[in-house]
Design a protein around this ligand. Structure first.
Ligand code: URA
Length: 212
């Protein structure tokens, strides 16, 4: 028969073990939260002066798959979350079509502050912010990284890479398989890029399935 007192004692005995295991599992999350605070207080470049807030990134701290975009736009700047504007809604659809839940992956950007009028981040701004992204990679340790667009590709893969040349191919870097594809915003401007992105995402999905 179920005895509440015995059950309570059993749970109390188990509790410390569960707490320790949980703490270990949560470590990347805690370290990411600390890094997020550091980023929020950053003044390494001029972008912070015009931005409403920093946009650190979000998702599963232990994600096997990470997407990296360029930098926050107007909606991201307003809400403090990555990829929540028009390009973000398209990214959500791409993720869903490939069978990924947004919460399952991690999404971040090269720069954490919105460039004024959505201009391309300058080289010194990228250089100032990139160490934060590299620390995110080191904490999350994704096995697959997808660079969305030219800036992420040139920042993470090769500063001379041309997206139309390197997209859809796997490279080994950061202890991960890394691939570049077109940025969702590029798809909004040019629908002919949808097919290649879908081909790239099928490769990502297939490799991800092998990791399970
Ligand atoms: N474009 C990006 O590169 N990142 C975002 O977060 C939103 C739009």
């Amino acid at each position: 028969m179920f005895d509440l007192l015995t059950e309570a004692k059993r749970c109390a005995r188990q509790a410390p073990q569960q707490t320790t295991a949980q703490a270990a599992a949560d470590k990347p999350g805690e370290a990411l939260a600390a890094l997020q605070q550091e980023v929020a207080a950053c003044s390494r470049c001029r972008l912070r002066e015009s931005a409403t807030q920093t946009v650190f990134g979000e998702g599963n701290p232990q994600a096997k798959l990470m997407f990296v975009g360029e930098g926050p736009g107007a909606e991201e700047d307003r809400l403090g979350r990555p990829f929540v504007g028009a390009a973000g809604r398209l990214l959500d659809k791409i993720l869903a079509a490939a069978g990924f839940a947004r919460e399952e992956v991690y999404i971040a950007n090269v720069v954490k502050c919105r460039p004024p009028k959505n201009r391309l981040p300058a080289r010194d701004e990228v250089n100032a912010c990139l160490p934060y992204l590299l620390r995110q990679l080191a904490l999350i340790r994704p096995q697959i990284i997808v660079c969305l667009g030219a800036l992420a590709t040139q920042s993470l893969l090769d500063d001379k890479a041309r997206i139309s040349v390197v997209r859809g191919r796997w490279f080994d870097k950061y202890n991960a398989k890394i691939m570049a594809t077109y940025h969702p915003a590029a798809l909004l401007r040019d629908a002919t890029k949808k097919r290649p992105v879908w081909e790239d995402m099928k490769q990502v999905r297939d490799l991800y399935r092998k990791l399970q």
